[in-house]
Every structure is written in C-alpha cells, then in structure tokens.
Design a protein around this ligand. Structure first.
Ligand code: SF4
Length: 372
C-alpha cells in the first residue's frame, strides 16, 4: 500500500458484517501471508488451494513441515449450528477432511455457545441443527477414527481453558479485536480460543502444530487465540495456532457474502433439488443484457456467483474452470442460461447423492452428540 492509496473499507468481523474490497490488501493491512508461494511445496494441494480459493495463511509453514515429515499435527474447525449446511460450511468441512486425510488429527466443534450468544438460538434448538450438521460432515467423509466431534457447551476442557484465558485478557484487548460488544460475545470468543487450543492439551497428546482452516471473516478469532497462546505458553507450552483462509463465495444475488436474512442468496444441502434449481435460475450473473451482446463482447465471470459455484465446489477438474473462464464465458461462447442449466444438473446430482448418504448418518450423529 502506498500513501496515495485510498483508505480501505475492509472489515473482518466474525459477529457482524465482513467487507472485503481487495483480497490483496489483506496481506498488508492484517499481516496475512499469501498462500500461493507455499503451493509448490504442498504434497497434494486441494482444489481450493490450487484455484486460489484458499488465498492466505498465518504461520502455515509449521503445519506444512509436519505434513511433509509425517509428524503429528492437528486440524481444528467447526460450525455454528444455526441452520443446515450451506456452501460456506461445506467449504470449511472439506478443508478439515482434506487435512485429516493428509495426516492430521481432526477436531470439529459444534459452536452452540456462539449460536446462542451471537444469534440467540437456545441449546435445545441448536442441537437439532447440530445433528444434521454432524451427519453432513460424516457424509462428506470425516473419519471418526482420526477425529473428535463435540459440542462447546458440553466440553469441560474447552470451558476450563476459556475461564483460565479470561485472566490474561483485558476489556481493552477484546474491544480492540471485536469492537464494542455484549459480554456474551466476548465470552464466546474466549471459548473459541479454548476450542482452538484444546488439541494441544495433554489429553490429546500435548503441544502440536494446529491448523485452523476458516473463512477470512474468522481471522479476529485467530488473532485473539495466537495472543492467548503466547500469554499462556509457560503454563501449557502452546504452539501458536496456524490458519488458512478461504475467500467467501459470492451470494446468488451477486452480493459479496451469502446471508441467512436473504434466503434467495444461498442454498443449503438439505433443500430439494427443485428448490435449489429455482434459486440457480434466478441468480445474478455477469452476463450482458442481450444474447447478441454476450456473443459479441463476452461476459464477466469475476462478478458472477455461478462462476464461483463452479470454482469453489462443482467443477472437479481445474481445466474445466479455466475453460469456462477464458474460452466460454469471457469469449461469449456460452450464454448464462445454458451455463445455469449445466450447473443445475451437476448440483442436483451432488445434492441427491449427498442427501442419500446423510440420511445414513443421522443416528450416528445423535449418538455422537448424545441427543435423544
Ligand atoms: S456465462 Fe456463466 S460464468 Fe459467465 S457470466 Fe454467465 S453464468 Fe456467469
């Protein structure tokens, strides 16, 4: 950034609105490191890594080193059980499973305390969503033999850590990271610090590199937890957690982030294929006003949520993504209607198969979460 650059409007707020004008500026303004230079060293990079969906990290080198040397490491992330799995939570789940499949012990938290403090959802209601969320995770391939799934409100180790961490933090620190918030949100941030550092307790084999794959809006939690790990290093020997950051998939209405307040801006994996197809049909695109103009001038995939759906989730091959971007969309070879038709077919097949698998894991999910 130079002195001539206009002030950034970028705002990362896990409890509110996240605004990102330019991902490149996150490197200078927030001290996030670009992921791309590490790509050649990754033993088997995921599609999200190869395609730049995962664009940044903090201290990921130490996890990379553990992966390359077949040493112990953990991966930790989770979900706020406020609804069914959507494309954002799908992204995080896939990243957790990727690191698990590449040697990490996986920890997946059902953040029901945060669902209460941030969204006012009582535990009895969030546990219903939690069962579905865990069934989704298992259907996607989470391996219980190398993983631990738990509810924040029931995990005493996490609560004990949060209580301990409270002594090391002042209100000024919490305000500097999260802004002026009610105490419940500060409390849930402390609990999240407990979640992220729990894999390093003796019960789980002691200190180890830990990667937290999250959307960029969650970075404030990482900053807080790294600070906590430093403050309590003499007591617990914590290794500061590492993180990877993925971009936020555009909403179907073209806005930068999907919102539960606007049901047409996203779909969940539990909706019927026909409801999802309807949302895709109505989605915003980067197309031109007329077919003639689009054929002549091409369209704009950079502002298009349909392109994002292919890029983030629904094209298996990188070559197909490049072809859509350069040869089909930008050159006007394909019209948005045709492109949506193709996507609907792929999404319908995926959702049908996912829902079939998910049904088989509901009882297991109830058992894990101890829900009647
Ligand atoms: S052709 Fe496809 S990717 Fe391009 S703007 Fe239209 S819908 Fe989006």
């Amino acid at each position: 950034m130079t002195t001539e650059d206009p002030p950034s409007k970028t705002k990362l707020d896990p409890f509110g609105t996240t605004l990102i004008e330019d991902y490149d500026r996150l490197y200078q303004e927030f001290g996030i490191q670009p992921f791309k230079p590490l790509l050649p060293e990754m033993p088997d990079p995921s599609a999200a890594m190869r395609r730049g969906v995962i664009f940044g990290h903090r201290d990921f080198e130490r996890v990379l080193s553990a992966m390359k040397n077949h040493e112990e490491f953990a991966v930790m992330s989770g979900i706020k059980p406020t609804g069914e799995f959507h494309l954002g939570t799908l992204q995080t789940a896939r990243e957790v499973i990727y690191f698990q499949q590449h040697g990490g012990t996986a920890f997946y938290c059902i953040a029901d305390v945060e669902a209460y403090e941030d969204n006012g959802i009582p535990f009895e209601r969030s546990q219903k969503y939690a069962v579905g969320n865990v069934a989704d995770l298992l259907a996607l391939g989470f391996n219980l033999k190398k993983g631990y799934i738990y509810r924040q409100s029931k995990e005493e180790r996490v609560k004990d850590l949060a209580l301990t961490f409270g002594r090391g933090l002042t209100l000024a620190t919490m305000k500097a990271i999260y802004g002026e918030r009610h105490m419940g949100l500060y409390l849930s941030a402390l609990i999240q610090a407990g979640d992220i550092l729990m894999p390093q307790l003796k019960d789980f084999g002691g200190p180890k590199p830990t990667v937290v794959p999250v959307g960029i809006d969650q970075d404030p939690h990482l900053r807080l937890t790294r600070d906590v790990a430093f403050k309590f290093r003499s007591k617990y020997k914590f290794i500061p957690p590492s993180s990877t950051y993925h971009k936020l998939i555009k909403a179907l209405d073209g806005s930068p982030k999907m919102s539960k307040r606007s049901p047409m801006s996203y779909f969940t994996l539990e909706e019927t294929p026909s409801a999802i197809a309807k949302k895709i049909s109505n989605a915003f695109t980067g197309g031109r006003p007329t077919a003639e103009e689009q054929r002549r001038l091409g369209a704009n995939p950079d502002i298009c949520p349909i392109y994002d759906l292919y890029l983030f989730h629904f094209f298996e091959s990188d070559a197909d993504v490049v072809k859509l971007y350069n040869e089909e969309c930008k050159c006007g070879k394909i019209l948005c209607g045709e492109d949506k038709q193709r996507l609907k077919k792929i999404v319908t097949e995926f959702v049908k198969e996912h829902q079939r698998k998910r049904r088989q894991y509901i009882d297991k999910a109830r058992e894990i979460l101890e829900v009647e």
